[in-house]
Write a protein that binds this ligand. Structure first.
Ligand code: ADP
Length: 191
């Protein structure tokens, strides 16, 4: 059985995490953030160290490794009853992040809707990330060079995903709105 999924797609700072967290509070929706999952790994473990090697430079973790740890994580959620594939929607935040990941996951995911949180004004993204850096838990938000690198990788690797999504499943949403306004548009697009 494929996992029924909603995908949040957007540049760093576009609000994927904020929307994912709120949607994840709704019964029947399970928020799955690849970045959050990676950050929860023990920083002293081999997998935790590998993640930091890439994320500290603003680069994507290699696809094969990402897909493997993500699939293990989903299986753990299923085994512990936190995610029930027969009834729940997965709210994917940060994965798939390029066309290769989409291809590798297409056997396990049924992506019903894609919400593109669009913010062409990069200054807004940079300001949001810089603001978040003060909260102190993300080394990759503290360095302006790393922020620019993450935005560049989004443009080069993640944005092309939009071209691989059937038009009727794709919803463009202005990310430069209050979070409740973005949320309203997401919910309105759902049947
Ligand atoms: P943001 O979208 O704000 O940059 P995320 O929390 O989604 O942040 O990701 C943080 C970092 O985690 C990324 O820069 C990357 O190194 C790694 N990462 C997260 N998801 C993936 C993924 N699907 N594939 C490869 N690397 C990922």
């Amino acid at each position: 059985m494929k996992f029924r999924s909603l995908l949040l797609l957007g540049a760093p700072g576009s609000g994927k995490g904020t929307q994912g967290q709120v949607l994840g509070q709704i019964p029947g929706f399970v928020h799955l953030s690849s970045g959050e999952f990676f950050r929860s790994l023990d920083p002293g473990s081999d997998v935790g160290k590998l993640f930091r090697q890439y994320s500290d430079r603003g680069q994507l973790v290699p696809d094969d490794f990402t897909i493997r740890v993500w699939q293990d994580h989903v299986q753990t959620l299923i085994a512990s009853g936190r995610y029930r594939p027969s009834t729940d929607f997965l709210v994917l935040d940060g994965i798939p992040r390029n066309v290769n990941q989409l291809t590798q996951l297409s056997a396990s995911l049924d992506i019903l809707h894609v919400f593109h949180l669009s913010c062409p004004n990069r200054e807004i993204l940079i300001q949001r990330l810089a603001g978040r850096a003060h909260q102190g838990n993300r080394a990759d938000d503290a360095d302006p060079k790393v922020i620019l690198q993450r935005i560049a990788i989004y443009e080069a690797e993640t944005k092309p995903l939009l071209g691989a999504i059937p038009r009727e499943r794709l919803h463009d949403i202005d990310a430069d709105q209050m979070p409740y306004q973005v949320l309203r548009q997401i919910l309105q697009a759902l049947p």
